[in-house]
Design a protein. Structure first.
Length: 378
């Protein structure tokens, strides 16, 4: 009888063990599935950030916030090499540590990692130690994971995770963090064009206006707040004649005065740039084409009523008289000039390519008859 009870207990124990193993496998499978779903959600969050209308720096800051929140990381910093220097693009670490964090590539412990594109994990073993790259910040980080960032063998910079605990990343699932790193790289790749556009925008010295590149970065984010916007390009059609028959200084004065007239009439949500040379672009954000014609007609009339006067001047010149250089005085009469303007208008639709639209407007206005002097719709 006792033997029978023991056998039954053994069978029960075996059944429980098998059942527990089965349950454990199910839990692991569920956890793996849940982790994959979480990774997909994080990836979707990253892609949403990459596609929104923020600046490059704002996008990287949001990506870092996602990493910190989703993976419960204490400190996370992304440092980018911009071709000239290393810049902390985003971090939740106090700015007093930025100089240290932006020079990690010079630390011997990380140099091999950068050269071989492999992660580096470092930690301390007792409270009296500090991580090799730390200067006077012993209490902040006691563990760190360093990841070089590369796109197609092109070095971009690095990402570093830090923890205030010793051996914090000993049991970290590196495959998950590799996925995060790859997602960071993907977003950096996606927004690299935007970063280039934002950095090449310049201010024109004569007019104080942004250059054409402004339209493709900051300007486009403003336009994309609305479903449609009217885009107008205009050209000073007689600028070459003014430069040649009067003077280039007169031409510069004409360009400056035109920009001043337009600027005084611009609403805050509208965009006005010097596109190139005598060509300008006005974007009427959120406004239909038909609604701007009267405004442009009044603007055209005011610009063409403009007259720039160059006063009579005494000019000293060197002439050759009987083989000798002689300085003589001449008098240049008072001259004046007025601009002639040709306008072309089209519609920009949210999310489409503003560069293709402005190229089409430019082709029209460059190929128009030099005597054309009106408001055109294409």
């Amino acid at each position: 009888m006792v033997i029978l009870v023991i056998i039954m207990l053994l069978i029960a124990i075996i059944v429980l063990v098998v059942y527990n193993v089965h349950i454990q496998k199910k839990i692991e499978a569920f956890n793996n599935l849940n982790q994959r779903i979480n990774n997909l959600n994080v990836l979707q969050d990253f892609m949403n950030v990459a596609g929104n209308e923020d600046t490059v720096d704002d996008k990287l800051a949001k990506i870092n916030e996602i990493v910190i929140e989703k993976y419960d990381i204490k400190y996370s910093t992304i440092v980018v090499f911009d071709g000239a220097e290393y810049v902390v693009k985003t971090s939740n670490v106090d700015k007093i540590h930025y100089e240290t964090l932006s020079n990690l590539h010079t630390e011997e412990i990380f140099q091999d990692s950068v050269q071989t594109a492999t992660p580096k994990y470092i930690t301390i073993d007792n409270e009296n130690e500090k991580l090799p790259y730390q200067k006077v910040e012993m209490g902040r980080a006691k563990s760190a994971m360093f990841f070089p960032l590369y796109i197609d063998n092109i070095y971009l910079g690095y990402w570093i995770m830090e923890s205030g605990k010793m051996h914090a990343f000993d049991k970290l699932d590196v495959t998950i963090i590799e996925v995060v790193k790859d997602n960071i790289i993907s977003v950096l790749s996606t927004i690299s064009y935007q970063n280039t556009i934002e950095n090449i925008d310049r201010i024109d010295k004569f007019t104080g206006l942004h250059s054409a590149e402004y339209l493709y970065g900051t300007g486009k984010r403003t336009m994309d707040k609305y479903a449609t916007s009217a885009v107008c390009m205009f050209r000073v059609t007689n600028i070459e004649e003014i430069n040649e028959k009067v003077s280039r200084n007169m031409g510069n004065d004409i360009i400056t005065e035109i920009s001043n007239i337009v600027k005084t009439k611009m609403s805050s949500q509208y965009i006005f740039v010097r596109y190139m040379g005598p060509k300008f672009v006005i974007v009427f954000s959120g406004v239909e084409e038909d609604s701007v014609e009267e405004f442009l007609r009044d603007l055209k009339n005011e610009i063409e009523d403009l007259e720039i006067v160059e006063e009579a001047q005494e000019i000293s010149k060197i002439r050759i008289i009987k083989g000798r250089k002689v300085r003589v005085k001449e008098y240049k009469e008072q001259t004046s000039a007025s601009p002639k303007i040709n306008f072309v208008i089209s519609t920009y639709y949210k999310g489409t390519g503003i560069e293709q639209l402005t190229k089409r407007l430019e082709e029209y206005i460059d190929n128009a008859d030099k005597q054309e002097n009106q408001i055109n719709y294409i």
